[in-house]
Design a protein around this ligand. Structure first.
Ligand code: CA
Length: 234
């Protein structure tokens, strides 16, 4: 099993050491950094499942560090360590996208529980993301949901027959690759299909008529003497 990696940013040596020991004992892989700028560098160059971030830090505050992290990264859970009574830090921390905060002095059990909770949420989100990604194929403004069999071109709903749908999905999976008639026939109609390859041309024409609406850039292109390709218009 892969160890989950945690970046611990804390400038108080004793607390940093305690967190490192406890987290490693729990089976996490821990990197500890004691300075704000160094922490940002470590964040940028590493791969982290979670960041545990003290607010009061030398060279760059935890809040500023969090702000920089959240410019491009909305996913990685960030837990803030704030001083007792610092309501301002908590509020701005949450405003800047912290997932949770822990007030110092803390009980280590509380820290561990918050970390487990944040990592659990992260995993659930990733699973949801993956499910969505594999069901929906997109290309340009074309969107095909393989589960609901819904097809959209821009804001227009496109109504396809089952065969047309399979053909479009095959083109989408192999987008930007030129496919010859035999390949398409095999993939969409199957090896045992007894007709001739003209059927591909006929169905391409049907799908094209429905997908490449007037005044929209064409997505299905004919490559003369070879076959067809789904790609952006030149
Ligand atoms: Ca501090």
């Amino acid at each position: 099993m892969n160890k989950e990696s945690i970046l611990v940013v804390e400038d108080e040596e004793k607390i940093a050491r305690l967190l490192e020991l406890e987290l490693e004992y729990e089976g996490y892989s821990v990197t500890k950094v004691m300075d704000g700028l160094e922490a940002f560098e470590a964040y940028r160059t590493g791969k982290w499942d979670l960041v545990l971030l003290d607010v009061m830090l030398p060279s760059l505050s935890g809040i500023e560090l969090l702000r920089r992290i959240r410019i491009n990264d909305k996913q990685t859970p960030v837990l803030l360590l704030t001083a007792k009574g610092s309501v301002e830090d908590k509020v701005s921390g949450l405003d800047y996208g912290a997932n949770d905060y822990i007030t110092k002095p803390f009980q280590i059990e509380e820290v561990l529980a918050r970390i487990r909770a944040a990592l659990r949420v992260k995993i659930i989100k990733e699973v949801e993301q993956n499910t969505i990604d594999t069901d929906v194929l997109t290309f340009a403004d074309l969107k095909v949901n393989q589960k609901t069999r819904e097809v959209l071109r821009g804001q227009y709903t496109i109504d396809l027959t089952p065969r047309e749908f399979d053909l479009l999905v095959y083109l989408l999976i192999n987008k930007r690759q030129v496919l010859n008639r035999d390949q398409i026939l095999e993939a969409v109609w199957g090896y045992d299909f007894m007709g001739d390859t003209n059927v591909v041309d006929v169905y391409i024409r049907y799908v094209r008529k429905k997908i490449d609406l007037p005044n929209m850039p064409a997505l299905i292109h004919t490559v003369r003497g070879v076959g067809y390709v789904l790609k952006e218009a030149k």
